[in-house]
Design a protein around this ligand. Structure first.
Ligand code: GGG
Length: 354
């Protein structure tokens, strides 16, 4: 019997609803398989912890997490705490502390779902967005001076390193090379941002030389946003900076039906540290506690985690169950349905067992 140690961090808002649902589904998969078990430890970190202790996670939290095979994460964000405190204090602390530089965001229209785009063939939306997850606009470099004075100034400097850009390009080319279309779109804003973004384009060309089997192209981020809506079928794998990919992947989730179905993996491909798996969506505190959050993004995220820890058959079973439940019309309100989180969870567990 294989044992995988999982750290669960529901954190804030609907994270506290979708992560327990995800853990129940994972448990059902482990029981169905009989070949592996999950040893789950839950951590109470997040905004409530911040209110009590003054920190988003324990001081030695990263040290503690090193002992796990993967991290199953909910969401950060709280009505009463500044977003930069919640994001930097937990999600970014883990991503950057564990050098999870490759953020992988698959998008497709699941059976039974409809894209809000008119006249789109659901099969046209089958993308993987690769987000650089360790530097760029999220380098945290900058400062404030003369606070409260007319001459007040704030700077936020994006930092792009040769090592950082090269490794995310390699990741993106590797992913594109394994997909049927072998097409990679490198997204920048290199017309306006003439240093860092031109650097991205240059490194893309260098790395591309090692992947002659991949067709690649450059696209500006604004044009890419329009193309995702106007010509979704022309897109396959996309690589972009930390900020650009964050924005594009929210758009991607929306055109695939809802952000409530969009999963993500924060990977340390070297496997020196545990990788972290989370739904793309945030804490959605406007619907927290109502039992209406869509758990599908978390289930898909759980499938990505299973794949990562070497349980590919369980990952496939989970995605098949999710697709069956969506096709049967058991959908939450964000997808036009009336099902609650609990109903979707029970339906997926029944499909796993069935
Ligand atoms: N589960 C994803 C999450 O909690 N996101 C919160 C957030 O504010 N993310 C911004 C970002 O990652 O750039």
């Amino acid at each position: 019997m294989r044992t995988h140690r999982i750290a669960a961090i529901p954190a804030d808002g609907i994270g506290k609803e979708v992560i327990p649902a995800g853990l129940r589904v994972l448990q059902a998969l482990a029981e169905r398989s009989g070949d592996f078990r999950l040893d789950v430890t839950e951590f109470p970190w997040g905004s409530d912890y911040y209110r009590q202790i003054g920190r988003m996670m324990a001081e030695d939290g990263l040290e503690t997490l090193k002992g796990f095979d993967a991290i199953f994460f909910g969401a950060v964000g709280d009505q009463h705490i500044s977003d930069d405190i919640t994001l930097w204090g937990l999600r970014l602390r883990i991503c950057q502390g564990f050098d999870q530089y490759a953020n992988i965001r698959p998008t497709r229209v699941l059976p039974g779902l409809t894209s809000p785009l008119r006249a789109v063939n659901p099969g046209d939306i089958d993308w993987v967005i690769v987000r650089e997850n360790s530097e760029g606009e999220y380098a945290g470099h900058g400062g404030r001076a003369h606070r409260g004075h007319p001459e007040e100034v704030a700077t936020e400097t994006a930092i792009f390193t040769r090592a950082g850009v090269t490794r995310i390009m390699r990741t993106a080319f590797e992913i594109a090379a394994k997909r049927p279309r072998k097409l990679l779109t490198v997204v920048t804003k290199s017309n306006a941002q003439k240093h860092g973004m031109v650097f991205w384009d240059e490194i893309a060309a260098e790395v591309a030389a090692q992947y002659p089997q991949v067709t690649w192209e450059k696209e500006l981020v604004d044009a890419m946003a329009a193309r995702m809506v106007r010509r979704p079928g022309s897109i396959d794998t996309v690589v972009a900076t930390n900020l650009h990919a964050d924005i594009l992947s929210d758009l991607a989730g929306a055109v695939a039906g809802s952000l409530g179905v969009a999963p993500t993996a924060n990977l340390d491909p070297s496997r020196r540290f545990p990788s972290m798996f989370e739904p793309i969506h945030g804490s959605a505190f406007d619907i927290a506690g109502l039992g209406v959050a869509n758990p599908v993004a978390t289930f898909w995220t759980a499938a990505m985690m299973l794949e990562h820890i070497g349980e590919a058959p369980a990952a496939e079973r989970l995605m098949a169950a999710v697709e069956r439940v969506c096709a049967d019309g058991v959908l939450t309100a964000d997808l036009g349905g009336t099902a609650k989180t609990e109903e979707v969870t029970q339906a997926v567990i029944a499909a796993i067992r069935g």
